[in-house]
Design a binder for this molecule. Structure first.
Ligand SMILES: Nc1ncnc2c1ncn2[C@@H]1O[C@H](COP(=O)(O)OP(=O)(O)OP(=O)(O)O)[C@@H](O)[C@H]1O
Length: 203
């Protein structure tokens, strides 16, 4: 992976703004990669929420670490009980961030990172209940997504098509975000993300 070639300086200095950070953007744009880089460069600063999902675990995924894997009925009951700060139906499965998990992560005293799709961000913004910083990662060109998703080798053809279809809709809704960063060169993108989180407004 490209990130292993980067020279990252490791720092435990917390950002002045410790509100949760919501990272959004189309599938394959590099959200997971960038979040991992933040955590690697700043051990002991960030924690991530763990989403609930109705999708089946992939090889290597661990219950309660990668996701909370739940059946459809349980997920539906949680929606009914207003247990999610955001949830979405995507690629044939439901995903959501529970209020409980967000509170648990915030209680650690670390800066919480949430990876949320655009529909989820819309819900969070409209409800206005989570005071967070919202960042959108966008691809340099639409077809970059397809190349990266194929290169990742984790998706079926059907899943790739659903993700690209959804990306078209997502790229149309940038108004919900405090910051939009284009992920062309990974090292440059990472620097911009870090600068924004630590208070600079470099775009
Ligand atoms: N700037 C970049 N240049 C080239 N490749 C990149 C760049 N950023 C990320 N990648 C690669 O693109 C692929 C997709 O990245 P990643 O899995 O982080 O996307 P994601 O947005 O988290 O997707 P999903 O929402 O589906 O989980 C990975 O193989 C990653 O290494």
């Amino acid at each position: 992976m490209a990130s292993s070639k980067l020279q990252l300086t490791s720092s435990k200095i917390e950002p002045a703004d410790v509100r949760p950070i919501v990272i959004s953007g189309p599938s394959g744009v590099g959200k997971g990669t960038l979040i991992q880089m933040l955590q690697d460069a700043h051990p002991g600063v960030f924690t991530r929420t763990v989403s609930h999902t109705t999708r089946k675990p992939r090889v290597g995924e661990v219950e309660g670490v990668s996701y909370f894997f739940v059946p459809d009925g349980r997920f539906g009951a949680m929606v009914w009980n207003d247990a999610f700060v955001e949830y979405t139906f995507f690629g044939g499965n439901s995903y959501g961030t529970s209020q409980q998990n967000l509170e648990d992560q915030m209680a650690t005293g670390l800066v919480v990172i949430l990876e949320v799709d655009v529909e989820g961000v819309k819900q969070m913004r409209q409800a206005g209940t989570v005071d967070a910083r919202y960042i959108f990662i966008k691809p340099p060109r639409f077809d970059t997504l397809e190349t990266r998703l194929r290169g990742r080798n984790t998706e079926t053809e059907e899943s790739i098509e659903k993700r690209l279809e959804q990306a078209t809709r997502e790229l149309d809704q940038l108004g919900y975000y405090d910051m939009v960063i284009m992920n062309d060169d990974l090292a440059e993108t990472y620097k911009k993300l870090e600068a924004f989180i630590w208070g600079s407004t470099t775009r």
